[in-house]
Design a protein. Structure first.
Length: 283
């Protein structure tokens, strides 16, 4: 429970800081977005409490009593277990994030997160409860295969949530500071590019805590000025697309053509020329 309060307190601090030092201009009113994102997050946390928590608890107990999992096979204990367990948890979430973009059925749910017309710390709470429910299967496999201890898992979960809130925030950090941080961690400018409505940019920057996974897999995309980024998904830019009812039923109804805007223009090609201007973050 302490970890939950730490992450929630961190999110609250970011909420106030991003209003004092905003990175991008808002397109929609804050109150309506917060209402929808808060309502979605309540359903999401309920599902997480009912499904993910007992599932991970069961498999953490199971791996502790069996010689199964990477940590057991290599007999890693103490700080080595914490270090490599943390890295493998983060790497596996990188792959899970890619799966949510590449597998059409999973994308139906993850798209709810991406159609938010603005990007701030509240977006870090906005995940469809169906996505969280489906991730229960991934969590079970993740914990069982890696075989991490309960303490390592808790440490990662807290930092995972804090990292999610941080890189979704609309906080403008000094560029030099963010460039240094980005050598190791996922930062707001980096993840802002992932929420671009250009698919070539959306299909980059999948990492959660450590940015190294995108660098190693060559999925990193930097160098896009934040004011050139239009947050969202082109096929879901109407105001009613973000009404609470529409958001909750979105995965279960006929999908619109994601990457074409209201005028029918395909926005994929427009992002191609600007994707690799530089491999450094810019203003």
């Amino acid at each position: 429970m302490t970890g939950i309060f730490i992450a929630a307190g961190f999110a609250l601090i970011l909420f106030f800081l991003e209003r004092i030092f905003p990175l991008r201009k808002r397109k929609r009113g804050m109150l309506s977005r917060l209402t929808v994102n808060s309502a979605v997050s309540i359903t999401t946390f309920t599902v997480a409490f009912l499904l993910i928590r007992p599932t991970t608890s069961f498999f953490l107990g199971w791996t502790a009593s069996t010689p199964f999992g990477v940590m057991r096979w290599f007999r890693l204990t103490g700080l080595w277990e914490v270090l490599f367990g943390f890295l493998l948890l983060d790497l596996s979430f990188y792959y899970w994030h890619i799966a949510n973009h590449k597998i059409p059925f999973l994308w139906r749910f993850h798209n709810v997160h991406h159609i938010d017309p603005d990007l701030d710390v509240s977006t870090g709470f906005r995940f469809h409860p169906g996505e969280v429910a489906l991730s229960t299967f991934f969590r079970a496999i993740q914990v069982a295969l890696i075989g991490v201890s309960a303490s390592t898992f808790v440490i990662y979960e807290v930092l995972f949530q804090m990292g999610t809130f941080f890189h979704h925030s609309n906080l403008r950090l000094p560029l030099r500071l963010e460039r240094v941080l980005n050598l190791i961690f996922v930062t707001p400018r980096m993840h802002g590019i992932h929420h671009s409505n250009f698919r070539k940019e959306t299909d980059s920057n999948y990492s959660v805590v450590f940015s190294v996974w995108d660098r190693l897999h060559r999925t990193i995309g930097l160098g896009i000025p934040q004011q050139e980024i239009d947050i969202g998904v082109p096929g879901y830019t109407k105001k009613r697309d973000n009404y609470l009812k529409q958001v909750l039923i979105l995965p279960f109804v006929q999908q619109q053509e994601y990457w074409r805007d209201e005028s029918g223009h395909n926005q994929i090609s427009r992002g191609e020329e600007r994707r690799r201007r530089t491999q450094w973050l810019v203003e």
